[in-house]
Design a protein around this ligand. Structure first.
Ligand code: AP5
Length: 214
């Protein structure tokens, strides 16, 4: 099964993708996570991507294209995968179709997580990520015993560099102008299902599993 988890920044794409991947035993491919890893390791890709990411702009298509193609060609994707954060514009959506076609694959479903801008800002400004195990928490929705320390591994909790209010506003602008048109591209193919992104994460997860099984 090939799924695209779609939605604005902070909609809960990563949170839901991890739950779905675990349940369906398929791979979670997050372009944001791959790019952040490359930035941390200071690879050529990471060096090129970091200024775009910090400002909340999209990384150029050609960089992301090579990265995703390399990833979906690996043998561990045979049971299927979830794309989280890709495609991000109509050009990427068309490129993805071509890549999948060349591998004799296609997207089964696009799950669109629907959520308000107000809730997005609340979620992103309160998000904290563990420096050690990568666990994603929230100061209000998933408070830890000590606000700076991960309950699970004891690592330090940090704010993502693109979770400043200024970068969040730009990410939303980029989402509405460049990413939202991707939804029309997929709606025209009849493969989109909408999920309510508001409320408890396990309830949202149950709704999404229901949509996948429909
Ligand atoms: P990326 O990492 O993809 O960021 P994003 O799309 O902005 O999405 P986020 O990761 O911020 O949010 P999310 O929807 O995963 O929410 P989460 O589950 O964490 O991309 C980052 C950057 O990389 C881009 O800006 C761009 O520069 C670059 N990039 C990536 N892909 C690219 C591409 N294809 N092309 C070009 N550039 C690309 O949840 C958010 C918070 O809410 C967390 O704290 C979480 O705990 C909490 N939360 C989640 N669900 C709930 C709930 N139900 N109730 C309460 N709290 C919740």
């Amino acid at each position: 099964m090939i799924l695209v988890i779609f939605g604005p920044p902070g909609a809960g794409k990563g949170t839901q993708s991890r739950l779905i991947a675990d349940k369906l035993k398929i791979l979670h491919i997050s372009t944001g996570d791959i790019l952040r890893g490359a930035t941390q390791r200071q690879t050529e890709l990471g060096k090129k991507a970091s200024s775009y990411m910090k400002a909340g702009e999209l990384v150029p298509d050609e960089l992301v294209r090579e990265m995703i193609l390399e990833r979906i060609k690996k043998p561990d994707v045979s049971a299927g995968f979830i794309l989280d954060g890709y495609p991000r514009n109509v050009n990427q959506a068309m490129e993805l179709d071509r890549m999948l076609e060349s591998l004799l694959k296609k997207i089964d479903l696009v799950v669109n997580i629907v959520i308000s801008d107000e809730e997005i800002i609340r979620r992103l400004t309160g998000r904290r990520v563990c420096d050690l195990c990568g666990r994603v928490t929230h100061v209000e929705y998933e408070p830890q015993l000590d606000s700076d320390v991960c309950d699970v591994c004891g690592g330090e909790l940090k704010t993502r560099t693109d979770d400043s209010l200024e970068a969040i506003k730009n990410r939303l602008k980029v989402y509405y102008s460049q990413t939202l048109p991707v939804l029309d591209y997929y709606r025209a193919k009849g493969i989109v299902r909408d999920a309510n992104g508001r409320g408890e994460k396990n309830n949202i997860f149950s709704e999404i599993i229901g949509l996948i099984k429909e």
